[in-house]
Design a protein around this ligand. Sequence first.
Ligand SMILES: Cc1cc2nc3c(=O)[nH]c(=O)nc-3n(C[C@H](O)[C@H](O)[C@H](O)COP(=O)(O)O)c2cc1C
Length: 233
Amino acid sequence: MKKFLIIPLLFLSVTAMAACSPSDTPETGTEQPANPEQPGGEDAPDEPDSPDEPVRTKTLVAYFSAQGHTQAVAERIAEVLGADIFRIEAAEPYAENPYDDSNRIQNEAYNGLRPGVGNLPDTETVAAYDTLFVGSPCWWHQPAMVVCTFLESYDLKGKVVVPFFTYGATTYLNESMQTIYRVTPESEHLPATLPEDLDPDNIREPQSDDAGIPMPGNASGVERWLHELGILQ
Ligand SMILES: Cc1cc2nc3c(=O)[nH]c(=O)nc-3n(C[C@H](O)[C@H](O)[C@H](O)COP(=O)(O)O)c2cc1C
């Protein structure tokens, strides 16, 4: 496993934005992340051996994926970092071919809906992590809205949220990233800031404001991306 360094939280700036207003109530479930780590247990964040040594943090890779592209990236992140991984499931599953659900997906994205999560981990489980990678396909210029439901189900204050997307075109990446930052207003983010959203009220037309947002692209790009973010040294 690669040695990695999590950036001390104090060096990260908080990007706080107004939260989206959920329209649906998330459903509850009992599923827990693979290799769940209990707060305060033997898997609690490691103390450094010396004051100069960075604290190793507990990392969860939570992702939604319909066609496997985001899943492949998530699995590689978890493999490289030795992190736990959790697949977010929609309470009302999407069609096997999600393009058959395009109208539903567009409606959820354009209206900021919050479809239920079928397998929400309990609060204590998520609280045990201090870094949360969150992955989604870009769906109609936005994250899969079930990912927003997941994020809004927890107190993520002070946690580091690292979003990643897979997509067919990068032209809506900024819109998707901005939404994740908005629904986690009290978290810290990697990257700490995003390029200016040229038209925050318009998620329906490309704005050519994606440049400078690092993304893995696919599983083979994960290590490069982690280096770009400063997570891997
Ligand atoms: C209904 C639907 C809408 C999509 N909308 C976009 C989009 O707005 N921008 C984009 O770049 N890709 C879009 N895509 C392509 C997906 O983001 C891309 O195929 C992604 O890698 C799928 O991830 P997954 O395999 O983890 O489900 C869309 C795909 C579907 C099914």
